[in-house]
Every structure is written in structure tokens, then in C-alpha cells.
Ligand binder design. Structure first.
Ligand code: ZN
Length: 107
């Protein structure tokens, strides 16, 4: 029975993470501070319940300082068939290889 409850907890945690990051994305243009808080909360839930943030949501914010990627908060460059995003808050860089096959999987 405990096992079942844990699975349910994880399911709820995953849903909350999803909602929080999507909300953050919607409001980040008008209210960046609240968006930041939502992303931070989503990551807190992710750690607490050991639920991974889905790939398509993880690319929406900096994984180091949790700042959502808004056009004036990060920089994107393309170099050697890689997309390099740099966070303008903490300077964290992330490299994403450009591969058509992998791109197809992303929604
Ligand atoms: Zn950052």
C-alpha cells in the first residue's frame, strides 16, 4: 500500500512541475520574479520527490540558477552544429547538439 501511495505522490509531483513551469513561461514577460519563483519551486518538488523535469521543460530555464530563459536573459549562438545557450545571470553555458533525429523527438 505504501508503494502505491508513493507512485501517486510522484504522479502528483510530476503534474505540479509541469504546471509550474508552464505558468512560469506564460508570465515571465510581465512578471519575471514570479516566473523565477515558479521554476525554483518546480525544481524543489523535483528534488524532493525525485521526479525528473521532462526534457522539453528543462530547456526553458537555466539549470544552475533556475532563471527562466527570456529573450533578454540569455544568449543563443550556433557553433559547430551545436546550439550554445548562455545564461546572462550566472554565465552557465549549455550545449545542445543539432541532430535532426533527436529534434524530431522534441515536441
Ligand atoms: Zn543561470
Amino acid at each position: 500500500m505504501i508503494k502505491r501511495q508513493k507512485r501517486l505522490e510522484k504522479k502528483i509531483a510530476a503534474e505540479r512541475i509541469n504546471i509550474l513551469i508552464r505558468k512560469a513561461r506564460k508570465i515571465m514577460i510581465e512578471d519575471y520574479d514570479t516566473a523565477k519563483r515558479y521554476v525554483f519551486l518546480a525544481n524543489k518538488i523535483s528534488k524532493r520527490y525525485r521526479v525528473r523535469v521532462p526534457e522539453e521543460l528543462r530547456i526553458l530555464f537555466c539549470k544552475k540558477c533556475y532563471y527562466p530563459y527570456r529573450s533578454d536573459r540569455f544568449r543563443v549562438r550556433v557553433r559547430k552544429s551545436r546550439v550554445i545557450t548562455s545564461c546572462l545571470n550566472c554565465g552557465k553555458e549549455r550545449r545542445i547538439p543539432i541532430s535532426p533525429r533527436r529534434g524530431e523527438k522534441l515536441k
